[in-house]
Design a binder for this molecule. Sequence first.
Ligand SMILES: *Cc1c(COP(=O)(O)O)cnc(C)c1O
Length: 365
Amino acid sequence: MDIRTAMSASAPNPRQHFASDNYAGMCPNAERWFHEANGSGHEPAYGEDRWTQRVSDALRELFQTDCDVYFVFNGTAANSLALASLCQSYHSVICTSVAHVETDECGGPEFFSNGSKLLVAETSSEAARLGKLTPDAVEALVTKRSDIHYPKPKVVSLTQATELGTVYSVDEVRAIAAIAKRRHLKLHMDGARFANAVATLGCHPSDITWRAGVDVLCFGGTKNGLPVGEAVVFFDRALSEDFAYRVKQAGQLASKMRFISAPWLGLLENDTWLANARHANAMAQRLYQALLPVPGVELLHPPQANAVFAKLPPAAITRLRTEGWRFYEFIAGGGCRFMCSWDTRPESVDAFATDLRAACSAAAG
Ligand SMILES: *Cc1c(COP(=O)(O)O)cnc(C)c1O
């Protein structure tokens, strides 16, 4: 059988899901540059190509500083290798209990750092509800112990936007950076959804990174519309020493790197990355507004990025699943997570909201 027919390659799946922004394909601009990079014929491998050079320069221009830029396949590698470059094996990394590095990287940060321990901060219940670290919680962890039996805190890791779809303000990042600086800690930012945070804040990308005290940013491209690929951006260039070797040893050095880097040019061109993020954020707002009046739905907090979190009656969840909707439950502390992406259509949001309303009404009997 023709494999294209077997895969129904020409017929796109009309149903959009709310499980993850990773369900979406690549955006047209990324795709265009992907093909452009292919059309150029032979190019030097392992990042020596002109696309990689160009996008590294474009990222330096975007951040208005002379940062070091590396590309890896995914966010787990970006975070794990970035943290490993900041830590010795006897160091520790302060993060929240819902941090992706803590809950969703299979011990990658600990593995690649040869044992640096993640320390989960105890925040106020309000901060925990929003998935955020606070300066007080960082301070408490750093001052709790200073003896040789405890892994020495060395890094604070923030996720921006957070795993709960909230966003740290510029002042919040600055306040955490101030404590980090005072306590001689480096500041790492997991920016798998960095674009969504910048879109919400309306600030310059430098304002919530190096100007606020961030040393290393893992800048997510995949969830923003790339086929694959994240950029690790070292604002403190001293920290990137030998990083290329880490990337290679970890199996993250793409030989045909142009296929990761060229699509990044598509994201950066005309601020497509921000347009993609704004769209995803707007779809989350649309869904939130649609769910607000639905009896039986408990919205956990207003979305600030591209996710809506809500508690639903169990029978409603079962019914939605039977109807073919896909979404995660119990991500980051309870409730269902409904995630929008760069290509989520308003009609998809409306169709989902309609089914959700019916499911809740049926569940109420
Ligand atoms: C998706 C995501 C990542 C990266 O995950 P990979 O599957 O390894 O690409 C990292 N951090 C956060 C907060 C994420 O949501």
